[in-house]
Write a protein that binds this ligand. Structure first.
Ligand SMILES: [Cu+2]
Length: 170
């Protein structure tokens, strides 16, 4: 009886392995919620070659954004983005889909001043129940330690702790 159970277990394991081998790779999914003043979760781990799908939600009272990079750049002595953008470094342009309950789109919400201050890839979620999805593939150039951050309101959000760590391994 016991031997039979073991054999059945081994067989189901083999079937499972076969199924995994043939199936297309599912993206690794994350949901990051933004509030005052934090990302939850605030640590992400990717591997080179992975397809990533991140759903961004804003359950806070203010507009929030997310940027990925390293070496914070300052403007008028305020944190204003990253000197090196993760996606520029990786040669990747994430596909972004906005889903909002409001009329105005987050993309249109970039003031010109914001564009100038925030170089690099950014998703801005207006206040309210806005949501966005971003998809990309992790390239070898992206391996290393990176940061994510929100630089809204002249860097106040970043200084208040709206940041996180992104670790990308090979
Ligand atoms: Cu913010």
């Amino acid at each position: 009886m016991k031997r039979f159970a073991l054999a059945a277990l081994a067989l189901s394991f083999v079937i499972l392995l076969a199924a995994c081998g043939g199936a297309p790779v599912e993206p690794v999914r994350y949901t990051i919620d933004m509030t005052e003043y934090a990302f939850n979760p605030n640590t992400l781990e990717f591997k080179v070659g992975q397809d990533i799908e991140i759903t961004l939600t804003n359950s806070g009272q203010l507009a929030h954004e997310i940027m990925f990079g390293r070496d914070v750049m300052k403007m008028n002595n305020r944190p204003a983005g990253f000197q090196t953008d993760l996606f520029a470094a990786g040669g990747v342009e994430p596909e972004v889909v906005m889903m909002e309950s409001h009329d105005e789109s987050g993309m249109d919400n970039h003031g010109e001043e914001d564009e100038m201050q925030h170089e690099g890839f950014m998703v801005l979620l207006p206040k309210g129940e806005s949501q966005a999805t971003m998809k990309f593939k992790v390239t070898p150039q992206m391996a290393g330690e990176w940061e994510m951050g929100c630089f809204e309101q002249d860097g106040v959000h970043y200084d208040a702790g709206m940041k996180g760590v992104v670790t990308i391994s090979r």
